[in-house]
Design a protein around this ligand. Structure first.
Ligand SMILES: [Zn+2]
Length: 179
């Protein structure tokens, strides 16, 4: 990963010079060169996040298996507006729309986000609290130990995982015939 630009610039929304902007170039083995743009304005709260490809994005499914805590702590997850993230073994799914924010985060940071969503669910559905608490303690354990799978699907191919170890990721292009 190469930092192309990092600094405070003029915010495109409020005009203050408090827009912290970072551009990263990442050479993916699966997607070619990817330019990641991320920014946050501390004055007005404007957030920017985008992923640009040298090539046109294709519908993709990225299957990531965290073998241990190191994979969790050191792999990065990039989620665009169109990305769906689910875990078949942990039993959760984040859809665009309801959880539509874009982000770049470590897988660990993402798992804490999942815990936040679960905590919110507990407020909305107190009768499910016991079940949700069990889920939350499982997530805490998996952050430490790994041993779970995340599947990231994106019709525009703009969501993916930058793994700490390459062999933990498998990519399928959904516009190709399986075989
Ligand atoms: Zn601003």
């Amino acid at each position: 990963m190469t930092v192309v630009f990092s600094g405070e610039v003029t915010c495109p929304v409020c005009g203050s010079k408090t827009f912290r902007y970072v551009e990263l170039l990442y050479e993916t083995p699966f997607f070619g060169n990817v330019l990641i743009q991320s920014g946050y304005c501390s004055t007005c709260g404007y957030r920017l996040f985008d992923v640009e490809y040298a090539e046109v994005g294709r519908p993709t499914r990225v299957i990531f298996t965290a073998k241990d805590g190191l994979d969790v702590a050191k792999s990065f997850l990039i989620r665009s507006k169109t990305g769906i993230i689910h875990s078949p073994d942990l039993g959760f799914s984040l859809e665009p729309g309801t959880h539509g924010d874009t982000f770049i985060s470590t897988v660990e940071g993402f798992m804490y986000k999942v815990i936040d969503y679960a905590e919110r669910l507990k407020l909305l559905e107190p009768e499910a609290a016991e079940k949700v608490d069990k889920f939350i303690s499982t997530i805490y354990r998996k952050i430490e130990e790994g041993g779970f799978t995340l599947v990231v699907e994106d019709p525009l191919g703009k969501s993916f995982i930058m793994p700490y170890r390459q062999e933990t990721v498998r990519v399928e292009h959904l516009d190709e015939a399986r075989g």
